[in-house]
Design a protein. Structure first.
Ligand code: GAR
Length: 188
C-alpha cells in the first residue's frame, strides 16, 4: 500500500475528504496528518478517522526535525491541503516531484505570499473577476510557482460575495483534489 502524508494548518476539510477517499482505496492510504497548529480542526477530523497526527513548531519544520519524522514514514506522496507555512527546502530536496499543493485560484494569478484562503476570494470580488478556480501544482522553493498539474475554472456572478466564491472553490476542491492525487499516486 502506498503512503500519503497530508500537511494542513486549519479546518482540514480537504484533508478529511482525502482521508475518506483513500480509506476505500486498494492503492494508497493517508497514513498521517502533519500540522503546525495545535488548535487546528484538522486534528479532530484526522483522529475521527484513526489517522495519526503530528504537531510541530515552525522551528521544527525548518531545523530538520519534521524531515526526520517524514523520512520515518517514507511517503510516496506529500499533499499540502491548506498548509499555510512556507514549505522547507530540506523536505523539498528530499522528495523531488513528490510534494503537491492545492491553491484556491487560477495560478499564476492570485498567488504568492499573503494570498491564501479568504484573502484571495475577497480580492477576486474586489477586482470583479468573471471567473476563478483551483490549481494543483508541484511544490518548489518559490511560493505557488511549481509546475501546474491540474486547473479547473468556475464562473462567477456579479452578485457573488467572497463567501459565495469560497463555496464554489470548496466544491471544486472536494470534487477534484482526491482524483488528481489518485492519478499521481498510481505513477509514484
Ligand atoms: C483551501 O481552500 C486551500 O485551497 C487553501 O486553504 C483552504 C483550506 O481549507 N489553501 C491556500 O490558500 C494555500 N495558499 P481546508 O483547511 O478546509 O482544507
Amino acid at each position: 500500500m502506498k503512503k500519503i502524508i497530508v500537511f494542513a494548518s486549519g479546518s482540514g476539510s480537504n484533508a478529511e475528504n482525502i482521508i475518506k477517499y483513500f480509506a476505500k482505496s486498494q492503492i494508497a492510504n493517508v497514513v498521517s496528518v502533519f500540522t503546525n497548529n495545535a488548535n487546528a480542526k484538522v486534528i479532530e477530523r484526522a483522529k475521527n478517522h484513526q489517522v495519526e497526527v503530528e504537531i510541530f513548531t515552525k522551528t521544527e519544520l525548518i531545523d530538520g526535525n519534521v524531515l526526520q519524522k517524514v523520512k520515518n514514514i517514507d511517503p510516496d506522496l506529500i499533499v499540502l491541503a491548506g498548509f499555510l507555512l512556507q514549505f522547507p527546502k530540506n523536505i523539498i530536496e528530499a522528495y523531488p516531484n513528490k510534494i503537491i499543493n492545492i491553491h484556491p485560484a487560477l495560478l499564476p494569478n492570485y498567488g504568492g505570499k499573503g494570498m491564501y484562503g479568504m484573502h484571495i476570494h475577497r480580492a477576486i470580488v474586489e477586482n470583479k473577476e468573471k471567473e476563478t478556480g483551483i490549481s494543483i501544482h508541484y511544490v518548489n522553493e518559490n511560493y505557488d510557482e511549481g509546475a501546474i498539474i491540474f486547473q479547473e475554472k468556475v464562473a462567477l456572478a456579479d452578485t457573488d460575495t467572497a463567501e459565495d466564491v469560497a463555496a464554489k472553490i470548496h466544491e471544486l476542491e472536494q470534487k477534484h483534489f482526491p482524483e488528481v492525487i489518485d492519478r499521481l499516486i498510481r505513477l509514484a
